[in-house]
Write a protein that binds this ligand. Structure first.
Ligand code: GDP
Ligand code: MN
Length: 348
């Protein structure tokens, strides 16, 4: 263990000094991108960022998943940019459709109500399939069978800084199971009953809650209510076996049976975050202050000047979201009992 939870966090020493590894390790890991053919042109920018800053040095594979068949243009354009092997998978129909216990008329009524209330993606069927797929199915795809870790990459993201260590090896060596860059509050209108349904599951299955959990990140009152904090799941570096395990599988089934993916608009981000915060030990969750990252409209930009220059970052630290009001960064630091960087208030 490299002492990540100590004060060294303050100066980002977690990169070079602590675990510099320029060679690729032996971890079975890959990138995963869920995408449509017409996401190609926004996705290749993301791929180029990830390759230039990280993967060209390590050559990890990249798995693409789609509910439709990938075009030849999509495949050859992405393969040309990627240093590892590329694999293209079709999502089975039963993982991307209404389960038979869903009342489709009731689901349609919800979409209409959410359309009128102008809730983001509130009227979309495909967005709901996407959220359900990312919540409960991507890690079961046959192309992911041979991998233990994944890094999720979406269209139109940026990686702002060099990453000079094998981040998957880091996850494995330090027993990390969920890593994130940005956290924030969820729109309550998309998940009005998610916490109630989660509490039902917990009271029936208390054995799944880790003794050393991170409940204080997701609740301000010891679990009575959800404070809406979640890790933004467009970036995730995680352990696939956590999702494949018994606790999460049962939790997902419970949520899926409830129907909230369709009768509300539950996102994979709050679901993954609640599960990680409850079923993992808090030291299995990791914040990457060193991974400069953008997904509209938020930035994770290292606020340590020396670190930014050393790693050729191109972000403005004034845009860092970590300690802003709508972020859950401060909550994360306090729930993990981490010491905030000495200059954090300059960026709040
Ligand atoms: P946002 O970040 O929440 O605004 O959602 P995105 O539009 O970025 O979608 C999330 C991820 O799912 C991205 O990787 C998209 O490429 C992918 N995605 C969204 N909708 C679909 C869909 O209908 N089919 C497929 N194959 N991928 C989708
Ligand atoms: Mn996105």
């Amino acid at each position: 263990n490299v002492g990540l939870n100590s004060k060294t966090y303050d100066n980002f020493a977690l990169d070079e000094g602590l675990h510099k590894q320029s060679k690729r390790g032996d971890v079975k890991a890959c990138f995963v991108s869920l995408a449509r053919n017409n996401d190609l042109w926004s996705l290749i920018g993301s791929i180029k960022h990830v390759e230039d800053r990280f993967n060209s040095k390590y050559g990890y594979d990249w798995v693409f998943l789609n509910d439709d068949k990938f075009s030849e243009e999509f495949k050859r354009t992405t393969t040309a940019l990627i240093s590892g092997e590329t694999k293209y998978g079709l999502i089975p129909k039963e993982h991307w459709s209404f389960p038979d216990w869903i009342d489709v008329d009731k689901a349609a009524k919800t979409r209409e109500e959410m359309r009128q209330k102008k809730i983001i993606y509130g009227d979309s069927i495909s967005y709901r399939h996407m959220c359900r797929y990312e919540s409960g199915f991507f890690y079961r795809h046959e192309l992911l069978k041979d991998y233990d870790y994944y890094w999720r990459v979406e269209p139109d993201i940026r990686i702002y800084c060099d990453i000079n260590y094998d981040i998957f090896q880091f996850m494995k060596d330090n027993n990390k199971k969920y890593g994130f860059t940005i956290s924030l509050h969820e729109y309550v209108d998309t998940i009005p009953t998610l916490w109630k349904v989660t509490k039902e599951f917990i009271s029936e299955n208390p054995q799944y809650v880790d003794k050393n959990n991170l409940i204080d990140f997701i609740s301000d009152d010891g679990g009575a209510s959800y404070n809406l904090c979640h890790f933004w799941s467009n970036f995730e570096i995680g352990d696939l076996n956590f999702w494949r395990g018994e606790a999460y599988s049962k939790y997902f089934d419970h949520l899926d049976k409830n129907g909230g993916f369709f009768y509300e608009r539950w996102g994979d981000a709050p679901i993954h975050s609640i599960a990680a915060s409850l079923f993992l030990s808090k030291d299995e969750i990791h914040y990457f202050p060193d991974v400069g990252y953008f997904h509209g409209p938020f930035n994770n930009c290292p606020i340590n000047d020396e670190f930014r220059l050393d790693h050729k970052c191109f972000c403005n630290p004034k845009d860092d979201f970590t300690f802003r009001g709508y972020s859950c960064g401060e909550k994360y630091y306090s729930s993990q009992k981490l010491v905030k960087p000495s200059n954090w208030q300059d960026y709040a």
